[in-house]
Design a protein around this ligand. Structure first.
Ligand SMILES: [Zn+2]
Length: 203
């Protein structure tokens, strides 16, 4: 990552990487802290923007200051794709040079009923050939694949949660909006069923 490293050295010369606002973590995640966030100059008090490559594209997530933790009050930080059209020279260099993580993907859960393949879409079992398959990438697997925050339900925008009791491992279900953080009523949401997978990047 020659160009990325060169640009980082240029942004904060004479500063050891541990005291920098912008640095590489585990040599594969780029982290930029917002120096204008708050009065305290300590990097641990600054909002963090992290960048990682997966599936041939660059992703970003915004995390609270290190002193607060890795989650926002309303939940974990989801990954979003970065539009490189307006990106800085540093982000464009990292998008070219950064190592690829595998990609977390949300798909419709397949059910085998008699001889047929079915999907559960908005709570209704439909023949899989009658419904569009979904292959929704939602972020790089920078730690464990089950830790990548799930995307919103592609059918209704609700929250998708783990739903393995009575179903095959990996099953996820749309449960709509939470009552409070992390608390759902099981009959809320549209009821679409999904599985999550980790997909290696094709080289
Ligand atoms: Zn839904």
């Amino acid at each position: 990552m020659r160009e990325t490293t060169r640009l980082l050295d240029r942004i904060e010369p004479d500063t050891p990487p541990s005291r920098r606002y912008s640095r590489l973590l585990r040599s594969s995640l780029l982290e930029l802290r917002d120096p204008n966030d708050g009065q305290d100059p300590d990097p641990a008090t600054k909002t963090r923007h992290q960048y990682a490559r997966a599936g041939g594209v660059l992703w970003s997530r915004r995390l609270p200051p290190e002193s607060v933790g890795d989650e926002w009050l309303d939940g974990p930080a989801r990954w979003e794709r970065v539009d490189l059209g307006h990106a800085s020279e540093l982000l464009r260099a990292f998008a070219r040079e950064g190592p690829e993580f595998s990609l977390a993907v949300l798909r419709r859960q397949r059910f085998y009923v008699a001889a047929d393949d079915e999907y559960c879409v908005r709570g209704v079992y439909v023949d899989a050939t009658d419904e569009l398959a979904i292959d929704l990438p939602y972020g790089p697997v920078t730690d464990a694949w089950w830790d990548v925050p799930l995307p919103q339900c592609p059918d209704c925008g609700g929250d998708v949660v783990w739903w393995e009791a009575g179903y095959v491992p990996g099953t996820r279900r749309c449960v709509g909006a939470p009552l409070r953080r992390g608390e759902y009523l099981p009959d809320r949401g549209c009821g679409s069923m999904f599985v999550v997978a980790s997909q290696e990047t094709e080289r």
